[in-house]
Design a protein around this ligand. Structure first.
Ligand code: FE2
Length: 339
């Protein structure tokens, strides 16, 4: 009789563990094409089902949700674009330290949290793109130089309330202090070719259309434009040149997309396996080949087009340091009238 019970017990446990073979994701990322393919590939390799339980652009909302759910949260992994939000998640106490050796080996320290509460899975540079008919490479130098009166009416960038520009401003505050950054922002805004509108790609198209001569934008959008089915967008991507600012002054501002394991993850082993996969060569190459981002794992081969953008020195200012200034960016954009 005991034997039957034991068998029954083992059977129930195996059923439970089978249905439990999942990893639950809360994500703020907006790159469904590449993410879904990576999730499928992970499922195929491991048999672990990836459930996207929540997808929302508002990182604050996602972090608060995980926090309020506490021990009952379904989330195993928090996926996000932007170091400031990953830092916010760490500070909210919703993440646990990543101690897995494979993950830590996959990702160099400069692309991870100082305390390993999150790891980067890719990075991108916020660069200056220019119309080579209007601007010579030698005229470009630093983000700081964009405050120079020579750029009057020539600069395009999106809203100061966009996460990408807020990250850039955080970088500027960490580098030059709040006072100098405000002065810089005021002059930058006075050089705008138009009131900010649209996303990064729209700025590139506007440079192509002659509305301005240079734009501040993320590198991967040039890759996306070149490969866009829309003939004009593709022409804009091919026409514009990329300039990596501050190569002789601390390096170009970079941002990461990253992942963290939630503090109360119920599928912790699967979460570890998932992040191992994300940071391993195969997924890393999918990210660079489909999204034109830079892989964080140096073993991954860089996409050919991304390689053609040229090599550059990224800034070494820590994500913690920049993130601490993120809340001040609202003051900078408000006082400089960066709409
Ligand atoms: Fe983006």
């Amino acid at each position: 009789m005991k034997k039957i019970y034991l068998l029954l017990f083992t059977f129930i446990i195996s059923i439970l563990s089978f249905t439990d073979n999942v990893v639950n994701i809360y994500t703020t990322r907006h790159y469904n094409d590449v993410d879904n393919l990576i999730f499928k590939e992970f499922e195929k390799e491991t048999g672990i089902k990836v459930n996207v339980v929540l997808q929302n652009n508002d990182a604050n909302l996602v972090i608060q949700k995980i926090k309020s759910e506490g021990k009952l949260t379904e989330a195993d992994v928090f996926l996000n674009v932007g170091f400031a939000e990953l830092y916010m998640a760490k500070k909210a106490g919703i993440l646990q330290k990543i101690t897995d050796k494979t993950i830590l080996n996959n990702v160099p320290t400069n692309f991870r949290d100082t305390e390993n509460y999150y790891t980067g899975i890719s990075y991108r540079a916020r660069v200056i793109v220019y119309n080579p008919d209007k601007v010579k490479k030698e005229e470009l130098s630093t983000y700081e130089d964009l405050a120079n009166a020579k750029w009057k009416g020539r600069i395009l960038t999106r809203s100061g309330s966009s996460s990408y520009n807020k990250h850039l401003i955080s970088f500027m505050i960490a580098k030059n202090g709040e006072k100098k950054t405000l002065e810089w922002a005021k002059k930058l805004v006075s050089n705008f070719a138009r009131t900010p509108q649209g996303n990064d790609r729209d700025q590139a198209v506007a440079v192509y259309d002659g509305i301005g001569d240079i734009a501040i934008m993320n590198t991967y959008y040039i890759g996306k434009l070149i490969n866009d089915k829309d003939a004009k967008k593709s022409a804009a991507g091919k026409k514009l040149k990329i300039f990596f600012p501050n190569q002789n002054d601390g390096g170009t501002h970079i941002n990461i997309a990253g992942a963290g394991i939630t503090k109360y993850s119920k599928n912790r082993e699967n979460a570890i396996k998932f992040i191992r996969f994300l940071t391993d060569k195969k997924a890393q190459e999918m990210i660079t080949n489909m999204n034109y981002e830079y892989p964080v794992n140096p073993k991954a081969e860089l996409n050919g087009l991304v390689k053609s953008f040229g090599t550059f020195k990224p800034s070494k200012i820590s994500f913690d340091n920049m993130s601490k200034h993120y809340s001040k960016t609202v003051i900078i954009t408000g006082e400089s009238d960066w709409k």
